[in-house]
Structure formats: structure tokens, C-alpha cells
Design a protein around this ligand. Structure first.
Ligand code: BTN
Length: 285
């Protein structure tokens, strides 16, 4: 497959503003130590949505694990049709293009693998206060630190193209925090110092890409136990909100082989819930 040269960037992504790179590429590459080769990565100053662009251009032949990182998005997309608001200096927003020989149903565990990889990467950088919240958020001390939006498209020969969009709050100014309905957190330490974004992105890629390859081979089941060890609501009572406003409640006791949440109800019966359209709340009102 031909790798598009960066000079093609304006032609491929007409909405992008490709000024100077805003992340230190050397620091980024130094973190990708265990990858056999550095993924193709383009930085843009501004774009509508990295997910939307890769969903349009991935099927036209982008290389596997192509990464588009944007300093700013004018129409960032969140889960369940919500907008994703980020900050040019305090967020990390990027998307990865990955092609899988798996069915859409088998890919339902993909967002969980991504959230697991992110937690493992951040822990390896010393940020051990971060955990996963089903299905694919990163939480710190009861507030959201990062979100994952996976969008898929069918390709020829039964393959599926997945755009893995990641929005990470590194050091969010209060004005941006106020635009979200739920309170947010970020990666700043007790002294208010935030990690540099380039090494964080490099470490994320270095951790995520091998996990994606392992997921492509073996599916979600081998990851279920480890995911639960990082789960912020493991063995806790939770409520699931369905799109039709109904609720399911129970104790969170594990994950199914496809990444569905297993809740045990008051009668001791277990139920499995799947789907990106569900929202999880802590506790049972
Ligand atoms: C969520 O709602 O929790 C998911 C948020 C995902 C946001 C990221 S930012 C980079 C990528 N591009 C987008 O438009 N959305 C994702």
C-alpha cells in the first residue's frame, strides 16, 4: 500500500490547516520504542473532526494505523451524537485508522481494548490514578479524563475499517470544563503540572498498536480479566440508562467475551448488556 506523502495533506484533508507541527516529533518517536516501525502520523493545526476525515479517507487507502492528530477541532464528535469540546493547548485529540478481518459484532470489544491500552500507557508513565469506566471512558477520582469514539465502515473482501478517535484531557482550562454536562478531570498532578503531550501520544501509540494487533488475532476475550482489574466500578452497584429512558440496575461483576457488561440483579441473576448507546451511572437510585 502506498503511504501518502505529507505534501498531499491539503488535498486529502481540505478542511485541515497544516501549519507547523505542534508536537515535538522526536519526543513522540522516542516513546514508540517497541514498535517495529513508526506509524505514519500527520499533525494538523485545525480540522473539523479527525474521526470524520479518517472515515472518509481511510477506505481510499490510508496505511494501517495511520494517525491524524489535531491541535484543534471545530466539530469534534463524541459518543451518542454529542459534540466533543477540546482545548488547543490542554487536550490531545487524534484518530487511528485500523483495518480488521472481523465482523462488526466481533469489533464490539474494540473500544474497551482501546481504553485498556490507554490506561496501561498512562500507568506506565506514572499516572496510576486513572481507571476505566464501561464501555470506554477513562476516569480519575470520579470524573472523566478521556473518551473513545470508534466509528466503523465496511470495506471490500469482508474487512471492516475502524476509526479509533481519542480525546484526552491533559490540562483543561475551566472554560472548556464548563461546556460539559458532567464534571471533568485531567492529567495534572497535585502541583498543577501537566505532562507534555508528545511523549504521552508516543506512549499511547506504543501501547495501543500491539494491543490492536493482538485483538485482531484473538478478539476481546483475552482482555476481559485485565480490563476488570482497572475498572472503577468493579463489584459496585451501577445503573445503565437505555436510549428509551429505561434503566437496568445491578452489581457489576464482569465482562462477557465480546465486552458486554455483566450485571447481577437483586435476585442473583446475571444479565449481559452490549452497546455504545448505553450510559453507565454509579450507584442505584
Ligand atoms: C466520548 O464522547 O466520550 C468520545 C469522545 C471522542 C473524541 C475524539 S477527539 C478525536 C476524535 N475526533 C473526533 O471528532 N472525536 C474523537
Amino acid at each position: 500500500m502506498t503511504v501518502p506523502p505529507p505534501s498531499l495533506l491539503p488535498a486529502l484533508f481540505p478542511n485541515a490547516v497544516p501549519l507547523e507541527p505542534f508536537l515535538d516529533e522526536t519526543a513522540l518517536q522516542q516513546e514508540c520504542v517497541t514498535l517495529p516501525s513508526m506509524p505514519v502520523l500527520w499533525q494538523v493545526q485545525s480540522i473539523d473532526s479527525t474521526n470524520r476525515c479518517l472515515l472518509e479517507w481511510g477506505p481510499r487507502g490510508l496505511p494501517q494505523h495511520f494517525c491524524l492528530v489535531a491541535r484543534q477541532q471545530s466539530a469534534g464528535r463524541g459518543r451518542q451524537g454529542r459534540p466533543w469540546v477540546s482545548d488547543a493547548e490542554g487536550s490531545l485529540t487524534f484518530s487511528l485508522w485500523s483495518v480488521f478481518d472481523r465482523s462488526l459484532q466481533e469489533l464490539s470489544g474494540l473500544p474497551l481494548v482501546v481504553s485498556l491500552g490507554m490506561v496501561e500507557a498512562l500507568h506506565s508513565l506514572g499516572m496510576t490514578c486513572v481507571g476505566v469506566k464501561w464501555p470506554n471512558d477513562l476516569w480519575r477520582e470520579g470524573r472523566k479524563v478521556a473518551g473513545v469514539l470508534v466509528e466503523t465502515t465496511r470495506l471490500s473482501r469482508g474487512q471492516v475499517g475502524a476509526v479509533i478517535g481519542i480525546g484526552l484531557n491533559v490540562a483543561l482550562p475551566p472554560a472548556v470544563q464548563d461546556t460539559f454536562a458532567l464534571p471533568l478531570n485531567d492529567l495534572r498532578d497535585e502541583e498543577g503540572l501537566a505532562p507534555a503531550r508528545a511523549p504521552v501520544l508516543g506512549r499511547l501509540l506504543n501501547t495501543l498498536i500491539p494491543l490492536l494487533e493482538s485483538f485482531a488475532q484473538s478478539g476481546f476475550a483475552p482482555f476481559a480479566k485485565t480490563w476488570m482489574t482497572h475498572c472503577v466500578h468493579r463489584n459496585q452497584p451501577v445503573t445503565l440508562l437505555h436510549p428509551n429512558q429505561t434503566r437496568s440496575q445491578g452489581e457489576c461483576v464482569g465482562l462477557s467475551p465480546l465486552g458486554g457488561l455483566i450485571l447481577r440483579d437483586l435476585e442473583g441473576e446475571s444479565h449481559i448488556y452490549h452497546g455504545g448507546e448505553l450510559s453507565l451511572r454509579f450507584g442505584v437510585p
